[in-house]
Design a protein around this ligand. Structure first.
Ligand SMILES: *[C@@H]1O[C@H](CO)[C@@H](O)[C@H](O)[C@H]1NC(C)=O
Ligand SMILES: *[C@@H]1O[C@H](CO)[C@@H](O)[C@H](O)[C@H]1NC(C)=O
Length: 245
């Protein structure tokens, strides 16, 4: 653990007084690297974020299920957890978007795509919403794109039938694996009961061509960063309770 200096917080909302950063990357000062050097854990870290809030974080490989985990290689050298070449599908159909590199970053609340990918997804979603009761809610500034219904929504469950699942098809492994991003993992309900898109334009925040998978899209999944085998794994899980090790 270290003391944090110059911790910038590029957001309209002030950070809580106790804000800090738990480094889980591959760099020498990350908590993971320090635990590995101390010989107390293997060089593996993972987490399970529950849609109800909460979840768990783990070091080492004890909690990883022996079956059902999908894996894809991690690119190295790279300071982030970056996966290689992936293709984007919408409702199970190709979108023409290929060769995506994705950074898995729990430090990001939302998911970001490069401008072209973002534009493609927004168009597909908007086309789908024609003829549904959902209308643009321009007055809602929670996120860049929000929609309102006839009555305020309480939960993403109320609206998910209007939206399709996004699939990331990783094509650079020994075998193709897919990461499903259902509506619950890219939508959020605002304070005024509108539904907002938790996928954002990365070019607007200076990410250039990078794509970042953030917390919103990691809910309900155990995600494993295995720095020994240089691979990233995921499997659907009940993040509200710890699995038996
Ligand atoms: C994404 O952001 C960039 C930079 O601000 C902008 O030029 C581009 O038009 C935006 N793309 C979309 C689809 O909004
Ligand atoms: C994923 O990509 C591979 C390689 O391009 C392709 O053969 C496979 O059909 C794709 N899977 C899906 C579900 O689209």
């Amino acid at each position: 653990f270290r003391c944090g200096y110059d911790q910038s917080f590029p957001s309209a909302h002030p950070p809580p007084a106790t804000a800090g950063v738990l480094g889980l990357g591959k760099g020498k000062i990350s908590v993971l690297s320090q635990l590995v050097s101390a010989g107390v854990t293997r060089n593996v870290v993972g987490h399970c974020l529950s849609s109800k809030g909460g979840g768990y974080l783990f070091f080492g490989d004890n909690l990883i299920p022996s079956t059902g985990v999908a894996w894809t290689p991690l690119l190295s050298p790279d300071n982030h957890y970056t996966t290689g070449s992936a293709e984007l599908l919408f409702n199970g159909k190709p979108t023409g978007i290929k060769g995506l590199k994705l950074i898995f970053d729990t430090g990001s609340s939302y998911t970001y795509f490069n401008s072209k990918t973002y534009q493609t997804i927004v168009k597909l979603i908007e086309t789908d919403l024609k003829g549904t009761p959902l209308k643009d809610a321009k007055e809602d500034k929670t996120l860049p794109i929000c929609w309102k219904g006839a009555k305020p929504f309480k939960s993403v469950i109320d609206v998910k039938t209007y939206f399709k699942t996004l699939t990331i098809n990783f094509t650079n492994g020994r075998k193709n694996t897919q990461l499903q991003i259902p509506p619950e993992s890219y939508l959020t309900i605002s304070n005024t009961g509108n539904v907002c898109l938790g996928l954002l334009n990365g070019s607007e925040v200076g990410l250039q061509d990078s794509n970042v998978i953030g917390d919103i899209s990691m809910q309900g999944l155990m995600i494993i960063y295995d720095n020994e085998k240089q691979q990233l794994g995921w499997v659907t899980a009940d993040c509200n309770k710890l699995p038996r090790s």
